[in-house]
Design a protein. Structure first.
Length: 374
């Protein structure tokens, strides 16, 4: 725009000089036309006061592939908009990456225009698209006015799953001192029955008492007793990872969670709260629980500070997918498996603390993790 203004100033100076030396109708007309350019631009800028914008996004997109999104702007004014520049920005909430662009279109009075633009995400995550602002320009590019034009929408690039062979080895039996079974407080210990009642929406399918339901003709469920012993914990710790490594860790984590849920395996997932750094634990009972859990995972912002992982004594198996070796507290008696990047230079196999370490490369991690014993 600055170059155009300089060009207009030079043209105006030349027209003024021509009129001074050649005082005739032709040079006067040229001078008046030069003076009229910014006035016409000011009239054009009267438009843009009643603009609304909306974007049409796909519900999901495949990471690494471009998808077309549609941007529609409506002009509620009787004044046309000769040129509108719309600025947008897309941010991957999970990895912190951003993509931005500027789209240009014209608007008739009381009309609308649509255009397509390309959106691409290199890594998995929840994507937030924002229309930041709009700028109205005159036809000659001499005058520009910023207008309020905002919109926010979300889509997601889900992780690409793979299927490692997961071998579940026997774990140590918990001693009586590690159990806190209760006959008065409901819980989720399959070895303890707290009560039996009729099914209500929200009850887990695994708790249905099929034989009793067949006898009574009603769907009956078992309320389980309490016990601190659970089957497995899937731990996600991407602290300090760059976007590419965060993407890899997320795909490994989601793949293992999917396999465990497919096997009807009772487990929990855990990651650090981005604000407090405290562990956030979510129980996974059925495959239906995976969708909401993955939605929260893909919106989890990048974590820079390390997290401590206390109170792990209730889990018989712990699978930790991490960017750095995590510090696990209260893990005595549990079978611990660590999945860490090979670039850390740590030796694979059985470790001195009894845990088993698996490493993977960035280039071929599905092949590196074809078989896991946990």
């Amino acid at each position: 725009m600055r170059a155009r203004r300089w060009a207009w100033a030079a043209l105006l100076a030349a027209a003024g000089a021509a009129y001074l030396f050649e005082n005739n109708p032709g040079t006067l007309t040229l001078l008046l036309c030069c003076l009229a350019l910014p006035l016409a631009g000011m009239l054009a800028l009267l438009g843009g006061g009643r603009l609304t914008v909306q974007c049409l996004l796909p519900r999901t997109l495949e990471k690494g592939k471009a998808v077309d999104c549609r941007l529609t702007v409506k002009n509620g004014s009787i004044v046309p908009v000769p040129r509108l520049r719309v600025q947008w920005r897309c941010r991957n909430l999970h990895t912190g990456e951003t993509l931005s662009g500027v789209e240009t279109l014209t608007l008739p009075p009381k009309g609308e225009r649509s255009l397509s633009f390309t959106l691409r995400s290199r890594h998995c995550g929840s994507l937030e698209l924002r229309v930041l602002a709009g700028e109205v320009e005159d036809l000659f590019g001499l005058i520009r006015r910023r207008v309020e034009l905002t919109w926010t929408g979300e889509t997601a690039a889900p992780p690409v799953l793979f299927a490692p062979e997961l071998v579940l080895l026997p774990t140590e039996r918990r001693g009586p001192e590690r159990q806190t079974d209760s006959r008065t407080v409901p819980g989720d210990d399959p070895g303890e029955i707290y009560a039996i009642r009729e099914y209500v929406p929200g009850d887990a399918v695994r708790q249905i008492h099929w034989k009793l339901s067949e006898k009574t003709g009603k769907t009956m469920v078992r309320l389980l007793g309490t016990s601190v012993s659970r089957e497995a914990l899937l731990l996600f710790d991407p602290a300090g990872a760059d976007p590419e490594l965060t993407d890899i860790l997320t795909e490994i984590f989601a793949s293992l969670a999917w396999i465990l849920a497919e096997r009807d395996f009772s487990f929990a997932v855990c990651w650090a709260d981005p604000q407090s750094g405290e562990p956030v634990v979510t129980e996974i009972d059925t495959q239906e629980d995976l969708g909401p859990m993955l939605d929260r995972l893909l919106a989890l912002p990048p974590v820079n500070r390390p997290c401590s992982w206390p109170n792990l004594e209730e889990y018989s198996r712990i699978l930790a997918i991490a960017a750095q070796r995590p510090v696990l507290e209260g893990r005595e008696g549990a079978r611990v498996s660590l999945l860490l990047p090979r670039e850390l230079g740590l030796p694979e196999g059985l470790q001195g603390d009894g845990s088993r370490l698996y490493t993977f490369s960035r280039e071929d991690y599905p092949r590196d993790l074809t078989r896991l014993e946990v």
